[in-house]
Structure formats: structure tokens, C-alpha cells
Design a protein around this ligand. Structure first.
Ligand code: FAD
Ligand code: NAI
Length: 476
């Protein structure tokens, strides 16, 4: 007889493992199917985020920032350092150590919450009155389990360019780009999105000469225009060479080099020669060999599993969350959907306000936003007022030597409800949380302006930007 569970989750990324934990907290019997293997061949929980995404990229961003600070910014503090050496293998080992700690942490949480880890590839085989049948093919054996409820949390993988094979040595997606064994002298990046900018920044700080080729004519099109403009200025100053409006042609490789043919924005044929290439042109949902047809499910034209606002598919008791469904491909969005579905299965009535999901790009300065941009609101015909405050006028920002950028708040012209907050500044990833809380509680910009903020702190700029909405910033 096959094993039976109240909830079976397919995939143990941030969507899947959080869904499994929440369902277990609510008293369900839970199994989670996961087949991820690290390069050493060990099975790992945590998905893209922990193994080759958020966690390792932020570790390298932090290490490379330290390196750049020592090389270029400690002198400003009157600290002179001689003979700075990079030990890349130690830096990569530190990153791997953090990944190991985090993935082991999920194994601990699974044991603590009595979640069964089914080690293998999950595939739907059918549906009966008893529930949904899923075949789990592991290394040693294949078994079939029955689930009253299923949560598809199979995530996404890097999109590759047709005809340009990724070997993760010379031509890398996110996986290879997090593990180059040497700092490339010249690094080419295709795609000026989040990964291109974050990983491009890592290797630039470590000494690479980085050129980024982007198809779209506009830089960071999803951002408020004022942020995109400031970001372009900062990245140019740092030496990231970004070319917009290009069309990629043939990519040729030798044993040790890559050459990318492209047409520039003026229609001229160009060639970019580099030691390594990162292809970061977006991600595609994982539904390979998932057997969706066995339960009557079809993906949409872009490969996503179609779901409603509550992550329910068209098949009763089958849900899908995270990168494999519509919406931003962000770990915290996947996590929130995991909690939502576990609580729905428990009979609760949870809700996610997708407008309140923050975005962060972990460059220097960091870029973060929540809600709508000024351009989106104007296109909708909303009457708005905006307030902006520069980091340059904040004592703490000057003290830590990170005074680039600003905070911009957008509020409804009549009601003063906060509609968007856009930050390009040090620690924007933490600062944005205040705006998220405010928007979830439907606060007015005046509410933030009236709240006492610690001095001196970067958070004072949040208050000043909120006051600036009403043209009454105090320190400007
Ligand atoms: P995933 O994390 O992709 O996990 C899916 C899991 O399902 C995988 O472990 C996979 O092995 C497993 N799986 C797939 N099919 C099957 C099957 N049939 N059977 C069994 N298991 C299966 N987001 C942020 O919010 N902040 C960041 O800073 C950030 N940085 C990123 C940096 C990089 C370089 C990358 C690539 C992504 C980053 N992201 C970031 C995005 C984030 O990683 C994803 O949004 C998040 O991991 C999605 O979670 P998920 O649970 O939907 O899927
Ligand atoms: P992306 O969607 O952020 O950016 C891809 C870029 O490539 C776009 O600007 C696109 O116009 C460009 N592009 C597409 N095809 C192209 C082509 N043929 N030639 C040149 N340019 C082309 O995707 P990216 O950077 O791969 O990241 C994938 C996802 O992972 C992100 O969308 C995000 O959801 C997630 N992520 C989140 C992070 C964070 O939250 N800090 C960090 C890294 C990734």
C-alpha cells in the first residue's frame, strides 16, 4: 500500500519548504519531494534560493564589497592598508559554508516538524478517490505516494539562449557565475536584469572588466524612472559598462575565451571578446517530467502552472506556488504563497496583497521598491504627490561613507495614502520594510512623517521623504 499524506509538496525551495513547515505546524502529515544535488553529489534541501540563488549571491556580494572597501574606501577613513590580496578560493569556500549551514538548517526544521523528505523526482501518475498519486523516483528505488493535497513548488531554472550552450565554465548561468575559479580579466554579461547587475558587480569589484549587453532600450524598466536613472549613473561611475538596445548574434568559444557578436543600438555590428560570459536573461518554470497531464493539468503558453489568486490550480486539492506560477520570481513571494496555501488547506482564509511585495536589487547602492512607480500611477490617471530626500543630507549616511542615492515616496494627492516607495541607498533592503508595513496597513505618508525614528540612522531619510510629500522635510 502506498504511503498517504495530508499534504505532499513537490520541491523544497523557499516556497516548498515553508509550505511544508506551515502545514506541519497546522497538524497535517506532510511529505516534501526533493531531488536537488550539489556539485559533490549530495542531496540538498533549499532549492535555487539556498543553493545557487539568494544566499550564495549575497555572500559573494558581501565579500566583494569588503574587498572593494579595503582597496578603495578605507583610505577615506584614514586607514591605510598595504598589499591587499584576494584569496578567491577562500571567498568561495566561505560562501559554500553559508550554503551548507542554511541547507542543513532546513533538514533540522524538517526533522523538528516531522516532515518526511522523499528523496527523488516527483511525477504525477493519477488521481483517485483516495487522493493524488505521485511517483517518487529516487536513486535506489521508486515509490508511489498518495496525497489528499498537493503543492507544486518546483521553481525555475535559468533561461538559455538558443544555440548557445552553457558549460558553466566559459559560458555560465547563475550556477557557474557563482563559482568561477578565477577572476576573469574581461567578463561579458548578457542581460542587465537583477542577476546581471548583482553578479556583474561581484566580479567587477574583484577586478574584472565587465561589459553588460541588454536587449531592451530602457535600463531597469520595472523601476521608477528616477531610480533607474540614478542607478545607471552610479553603475557607470563604478565602471560597469552597460550597452542597451543590443541584438545578440553568434557566440563563439575557444578553450579559454568567448566572443559575442551583437548589433548595437545604432545598428552597427560589434564583437565583444571576453574570458567568460554570464547569460542572465530571465528564468523559466520547472515542469519537466512532472506528469501534469496525468491529473489533467496544462501549463500556459510560457510554461507556468496556471493558478487563481489563491494559488489553486484547476484540479481540486492541487495548488502551485513560487517561481512555477505567475508573479515575481522572488523567494519571499514564494514563501508567502507557501504559508497561504498551507493555511487554505487548513480551512483558513488568508490573503496576499501582491502590490505589497517588495523588490530588492543588492547592488551598491542597493535598490528597493514597493507599490507602484510614478509612471504607472500617472498612466492609471491617479492624482499623486511625491516626496524625495537625498542620503547626502543624512548624518549617518555620511558617517558610514555611503551617502549616494535617495528615498522617494508617492502618495495619493487627496487621501495621502502611501502608494509606492522607491529607494536607492545603502541598506535599502532593510529600509523598504517600513514602507511595506505602512502600505499593508494602508498608512498615509503623514503617518510615517509623524513616527519617531532613531537618530542618527538611515531610517530618518524614510521620515524625511514622507515629510517631503507635504513639502515639509526638516533637514532640507
Ligand atoms: P526553487 O527555489 O527554484 O525550488 C524549487 C525546487 O524544486 C528545487 O530544489 C528543485 O530541485 C525542486 N524540483 C523541481 N522539480 C521537481 C520534481 N519534479 N521533483 C522533486 N523536486 C523538484 N529572490 C529573492 O527574493 N531575493 C534574492 O536576493 C534573490 N537572489 C537570487 C539570486 C540568483 C542568482 C537567483 C538565480 C535567484 C535569486 N532569487 C532571489 C530568486 C529566488 O531564488 C527564487 O524566486 C526562489 O528560489 C523561488 O522559490 P521556489 O520555491 O518557487 O523554487
Ligand atoms: P531578469 O528578468 O531580471 O533580467 C533579464 C534581462 O535580460 C532583462 O533586462 C531582459 O530584457 C534581458 N534579456 C532578455 N533576453 C535577452 C537577450 N536575448 N539579449 C540581451 N538581453 C536580454 O532576469 P535574471 O537577471 O536572469 O534573473 C532572473 C530572476 O531571478 C529575476 O527576475 C528575479 O526574479 C530573480 N532574482 C532576484 C534577485 C533579487 O531579488 N535580488 C536576484 C537575482 C535574481
Amino acid at each position: 500500500m502506498s504511503k498517504e499524506f495530508d499534504v505532499v509538496v513537490i520541491g523544497a525551495g523557499p516556497g516548498g519548504y515553508i509550505a511544508a513547515i506551515r502545514a506541519a505546524q497546522l497538524g497535517k502529515s506532510v511529505a516534501c519531494i526533493e531531488n536537488w544535488k550539489n556539485p559533490a553529489g549530495n542531496l540538498k534541501l533549499g532549492g535555487t534560493c539556498l543553493n545557487v540563488g539568494c544566499i550564495p549571491s549575497k555572500a559573494l556580494l558581501a565579500s566583494s564589497e569588503e574587498f572593494e572597501n579595503v582597496l578603495h574606501h578605507l583610505g577615506d577613513h584614514g586607514i591605510n592598508v598595504g598589499d591587499v590580496k584576494l584569496d578567491l578560493s577562500k571567498m568561495l569556500a566561505r560562501k559554500e559554508g553559508i550554503v551548507e549551514k542554511m541547507t542543513k538548517g532546513i533538514e533540522f526544521l524538517f526533522r523538528k516538524n516531522k516532515i518526511t523528505w522523499l528523496k527523488g523526482h516527483g511525477k504525477f501518475t493519477g488521481k483517485t478517490d483516495a487522493g493524488v498519486q505521485i511517483e517518487v523516483s529516487g536513486e535506489a528505488e521508486t515509490e508511489t505516494v498518495t496525497a489528499k493535497n498537493v503543492i507544486i513548488a518546483t521553481g525555475s531554472k535559468a533561461r538559455h539562449l538558443p544555440g548557445i550552450p552553457v558549460d558553466n565554465r566559459l559560458v555560465a548561468d547563475n550556477e557557474g557565475a557563482l563559482s568561477f575559479d578565477a577572476v576573469p580579466k574581461k567578463l561579458a554579461v548578457i542581460g542587465a536584469g537583477v542577476i546581471g547587475l548583482e553578479l556583474g558587480s561581484v566580479w567587477r569589484r574583484l577586478g574584472a572588466d565587465v561589459t553588460v549587453l541588454e536587449a531592451l532600450p530602457a535600463f531597469l524598466g520595472a523601476c521608477d524612472e528616477s531610480l533607474a536613472k540614478e542607478a545607471a549613473k552610479q553603475f557607470k561611475k563604478q565602471g560597469l559598462d552597460i550597452h542597451l538596445g543590443v541584438k545578440i548574434g553568434e557566440v563563439k568559444t575557444t578553450d579559454s575565451s568567448v566572443s559575442v557578436a551583437y548589433t548595437d543600438k545604432d545598428g552597427n555590428a560589434q564583437t565583444l571578446d571576453a574570458d567568460r560570459l554570464i547569460v542572465s536573461i530571465g528564468r523559466v518554470p520547472n515542469t519537466d517530467n512532472l506528469g501534469l497531464e496525468a491529473i489533467g493539468l496544462k501549463t500556459d503558453e510560457r510554461g507556468f502552472v496556471p493558478v487563481d489568486d489563491h494559488c489553486a490550480t484547476s484540479v481540486a486539492n492541487v495548488y502551485a506556488i513560487g517561481d512555477v506560477v505567475r508573479g515575481p520570481m522572488l523567494a519571499h513571494k514564494a514563501e508567502d504563497e507557501g504559508v497561504l496555501v498551507a493555511e487554505i488547506i487548513d480551512g483558513q482564509k488568508p490573503h496576499i496583497d501582491y502590490n505589497c511585495i517588495p523588490w530588492v536589487i543588492y547592488t551598491e547602492p542597493e535598490i528597493a521598491w514597493v507599490g507602484k512607480t510614478e509612471q504607472q500611477l500617472k498612466a492609471e490617471g491617479r492624482e499623486i504627490k511625491t516626496g524625495q530626500f537625498p542620503m547626502m543630507a543624512n548624518g549617518r549616511a555620511l558617517g558610514i561613507g555611503k551617502a549616494d542615492g535617495f528615498v522617494k515616496m508617492i502618495a495619493d494627492a487627496k487621501t495621502d495614502e502611501l502608494l509606492g516607495c522607491h529607494i536607492i541607498a545603502a541598506n535599502a533592503s532593510d529600509l523598504i520594510a517600513e514602507a511595506v508595513v505602512a502600505m499593508e496597513f494602508k498608512a498615509a505618508s503623514e503617518d510615517i512623517g509623524r513616527i519617531c525614528h532613531p537618530h542618527p540612522s538611515l531610517s530618518e531619510v524614510m521620515r524625511e521623504a514622507a515629510l517631503a510629500v507635504d513639502k515639509r522635510a526638516l533637514n532640507m
